[in-house]
Design a protein around this ligand. Structure first.
Ligand SMILES: *Cc1c(COP(=O)(O)O)cnc(C)c1O
Length: 580
């Protein structure tokens, strides 16, 4: 691409289907090639559907029924939430990109199942290439990184926990075997936090067989019996590992603690600072507390772009801290949940990155240092559902379900069925990402330019909102492209402000003019941030939660001046109506 910047409008259908005739011809071309492909293959086979059959009255009647039902469905869908319009600023979805739609559709017709190359000869390769593109975007070495597409961010987060647990379980099994054989006490924290090279070294030095390791694994064996052995060998009751997740976490992390059988007790929320981001002192304290309790840290999670307000945790500072632990031999798994903010990495390395605050910028740049990362192409990637992605920095970190150590070359490395939590997986999402990468490219001048536009839209909207209504109290800082605000008079109590905000939100719900969403922050996690927010209007904190109206800016057409000029005054007018 020689163009310095992208014409974003060419990559979306347009709110009035402006690009319809071009898109229709592309869909038609995709269909025609698919028809031709079928005709050309096995061209000498007889046709079971000759013309006289296809034109028979029975045949035509069946077609008529199908056509009616198709019309019925499409008419039904006309009642669907209109998420394509810039008036939709509710949840993390908007207009789909044209390459994503075409990539998805073209692949859907071939229906590949990426679980195995046996049924996805081409699609499996497309997935590899698409994963390499995303790896490059987040700063991983595309040649070393591995990963796959998932049904969404939740499953990608589960994949991270699965890998972290795989490594920890192996290391702890080895530590236990060595302690039992040598009679020296087991230090579960030190053992659980070895890395693979130390693991191989020790396994070889002590000549521990795979059978022995298997018998000491709490994933393969009886976890209660293994726990008793660990307690015995360490001279201390074994209480299992903990999962450290910032208090801004997505619900998927609690689900993970639940599903992986850690017990919700093992899910330790890390306190947030006044900006709503993971607090480093709190993280330090949590790690120290876990270790002094004799409990290893299964993984530290940081979030790049929270679901509530788009905040970006200080991923760089977390990496620095974990590097210090690494110096003393403690390798703590670090997973970045970048389901929302991961695509903002496309801005890095160009002028566009200036749109990000310095902190957010260095946090996004540090994702490359983490063991694994979750992305959600079906959010800021403008790709159809369901499409999440899980990536790891290197091959060792990808190891899972097979018990064999990662240095043993896996026989079917080309097949993903044993590397994924999910079984059958559509190749459509991978292809949608692939075609996006081939056209928009995930670099700063093109895809990154669209991301920068979403941040510009957020800035425009929050300023216009603040200047347009004296009751608007913006939640600050906003690290990405989400605007959250409450509605308060000076001196209001938090409960008065909450009631007014909730009332205004309730007014928006049946209002077809705009779709917004609502979020409620709990003082339990967001105490400092809520305090700062309420102090901003000389208010009084008398409630345990903060109610906010939330507007998500991902629609590329919010950048358009005419749209802004038409929509902003209308939004302010609707807000005014709904407040009263
Ligand atoms: C959306 C989101 C998830 C979950 O992703 P799904 O695709 O809905 O499963 C996880 N973490 C964060 C930060 C998210 O924004």
């Amino acid at each position: 691409m020689s163009d310095k910047t992208v014409s974003a409008g060419a990559y979306f259908l347009g709110p009035k289907s402006e690009n319809a005739s071009w898109l229709r011809s592309e869909f038609q071309a995709v269909l025609d090639r698919w028809f031709d492909w079928r005709r050309a293959l096995f061209a000498d086979d007889p046709s079971p559907l000759p013309e006289q059959v296809r034109l028979s009255p029975d045949f035509l009647a069946e077609r008529e029924i199908m056509a009616q039902r198709v019309r019925e469905l499409t008419e039904l869908m006309a009642g669907e939430v209109p998420k394509y319009t810039p008036r939709y600023i509710g949840h993390m979805v908007s207009e789909l990109s044209v390459p994503a739609l075409l990539g998805h559709f073209a692949t859907l017709l071939h229906n590949p199942n990426n679980t195995s190359r046996d049924v996805a000869r081409v699609s499996g390769r497309v997935e590899d290439e698409a994963i390499a593109m995303l790896a490059g975007m987040v700063g991983y070495d595309p040649a070393a990184a591995q990963g796959h597409f998932t049904s969404g961010g939740t499953l990608a987060n589960f994949e991270g926990v699965w890998r972290a647990r795989y490594r920890m379980d192996h290391c702890l099994s080895l530590g236990l075997c060595i302690a039992e054989r040598s009679g020296k006490p087991l230090d579960p924290v030190a053992s659980a936090h070895m890395d693979w090279s130390r693991f191989s070294e020790l396994a070889a030095a002590h000549d521990i067989s795979e059978a022995k390791l298997r018998a000491a694994s709490s994933v393969l064996g009886n976890p209660f019996e293994i726990a008793a052995r660990i307690s015995e060998a360490s001279g201390r009751d074994w209480r299992g590992p903990v999962l450290l997740v910032p208090g801004n976490k997505h619900f998927s992390w609690l689900k993970a603690a639940n599903v992986f059988g850690l017990g919700e007790e093992a899910f330790w929320p890390v306190a947030l600072d006044a900006q709503g981001r993971l607090s480093l002192p709190a993280l330090n304290a949590a790690i120290a507390r876990a270790h002094s309790d004799g409990r290893p840290v299964l993984a530290v999670i940081s979030v790049a772009g929270t679901t509530e307000a788009g905040e970006i945790d200080p991923v760089d500072a977390v990496c620095d801290r974990l590097d210090e632990y690494r110096q003393s031999g403690l390798h703590i798994w670090h997973h970045v949940d970048a389901a929302w903010g991961g695509f903002l990495c496309a801005m890095l390395g160009g002028d566009a990155e200036d749109r990000l605050e310095a902190g957010a910028r260095s946090a996004l740049k540090a994702i490359r240092r983490a063991n694994s990362v979750t992305l959600d192409p079906h959010k800021l990637g403008y790709v159809p559902y369901s499409c999440g992605a899980f990536l790891v920095r290197d091959r060792d970190s990808y190891a899972n379900s097979l018990f064999a150590a990662p240095y043993i070359d896996r026989a079917a490395a080309n097949d993903r069925w044993m590397m994924t939590l999910e079984g059958s997986r559509s190749g459509a999402g991978a292809a949608a990402v692939w075609l996006t990468g081939k056209t928009l490219t995930f670099g700063p001048d093109r895809f990154g330019r669209i991301m920068a536009g979403t941040i510009d839209s957020r800035v425009f909207f929050s300023r216009a909102l603040r200047d347009g209504n004296p009751l608007v109290r913006l939640l600050e800082p906003a690290d990405s492209n989400i605007v959250c605000f409450s509605l308060a008079r000076p001196g209001d109590t938090l409960s008065e402000a909450n009631a007014r905000t909730a009332r205004a939100f309730a007014g928006f719900v049946p209002d077809p003019a705009f779709s917004v969403s609502r979020t409620v922050l709990a003082a339990e996690n967001y105490g400092e941030m809520i305090n700062t927010h309420v102090v901003g209007y000389d208010g009084v904190v008398d409630a345990p939660t903060l109610v906010l109206i939330r507007c998500v800016f991902m629609n590329p057409f919010w950048e358009n001046e005419d749209f802004r000029a038409a929509l902003m005054p209308e939004f302010l007018a609707r807000l005014e109506t709904h407040i009263n």
